[in-house]
Design a protein around this ligand. Sequence first.
Ligand SMILES: Cc1ncc(COP(=O)(O)O)c(C=O)c1O
Length: 422
Amino acid sequence: MKRFSKFGEKLCGGSGIEELMDDLGHALAQGGDHMHMLGGGQPSMIPEVNTIFREALDGVMSSEGALEAMLGKYDPPRGNPRFIEALTVMFREQLDWDVKKENIAITSGGQTAFFFLFNALAGLHHDGTRKKIVLPLVPEYIGYANQSVGEDMFVAFPPKIEKIGDHQFKYRIDFDRLVIDEDVAAICVSRPTNPTGNVITDNEIAKLLAIAKSHDIPLIIDNAYGAPFPNIFFADAEPLWDSSMILTMSLSKVGLPGTRTGIVVAPPKIASAMASMNAIVGLANSNVGQVLTEPLIRSGKLMELSKHVVKPFYLAKSLRAQEWVKAYFPDDIPYRVHLSEGALFLWIWFEGLPISSKALYERLKQRNVLVVSGAYFFFGLDDTDWKHQHECIRMTYTMDAEIVESGVQIIADEIAAIYRNA
Ligand SMILES: Cc1ncc(COP(=O)(O)O)c(C=O)c1O
């Protein structure tokens, strides 16, 4: 074979997300006790949650035919009908959303849902136009960045930065700069946002939805961390679905990333497009997460668990990590932590950082602390000179307390040395 196709060149030659997952995976495997793994999006092992999943699996093992159905049958391409039905009941009864089974499709994880959605909506159209996905606020989830099978598809807009006190900040959508023209196929945000922990406000969402409707394009909300599960959502804001919107969810962050279960709630045409793509790409999805959680969704247990165990667990972890940052970072260093309103990360901005965030990542790696350079999350931007994009890091706070605390101490030490020697 001489070379890959154009599609192959795009998807087979590595990517930011592959480097990141590979780096983190190997570090986890080899790092032993001395590696401070503050890099990936790995959810915590929460004992109460794992107990429930263990019991659910016991239930599958002991009920006649259930294990055989889980492991031995192909589901329809749209997803497991009983799982989809349980979801519609949950959406209608718990959230008062008018969701029907035609609105839902299951995918092999949220990541796959985005690959399908972006490529089905954006890229080359019949009339010769090349449609784009607008990210109204970057930094945004790195996993979107390399998903186009054709030309680059993202157009992104930098946010307004609201400084809060001496050491906090929040990004806000800069509606004065946001341009939606006829080449835009959809608007997309993650909420809560990976990497920042931002929750785009209800007001911002209402404005985006109005803009999307006025252009007859979908607003895609990536709800991987949101309500009703896993509910790693600390802000005073509401989850939302509207019949013109596309909402994606996942079982990953509630503790089942190994089952690869994504949920797309969308207009019927989009949901059935997901089913068609499932059939072509993989025939069907894995049944495991769907069969395991269907009774937990029906009984309301998964939502109760998310509300009363998962959310308080991560909120406490976030608050502790912020306390350590406050305790160990020298007060005279111009650092700011983004308001932690959800998701699994602290996003730290070092204003005027004398080296790039990639160089900072390398220096921290030398000291056995793995974070992620913030630069990865600023894609689709025109303005490559914007210094801010090289001044931030993402730090995951889901690991054991001692690891997070000593990781923060090392970051503080390194940062202090960098600013002092500048
Ligand atoms: C914002 C966001 N969306 C989607 C995903 C994809 O997750 P999964 O494919 O495990 O559902 C992730 C994973 O970290 C994420 O952070």
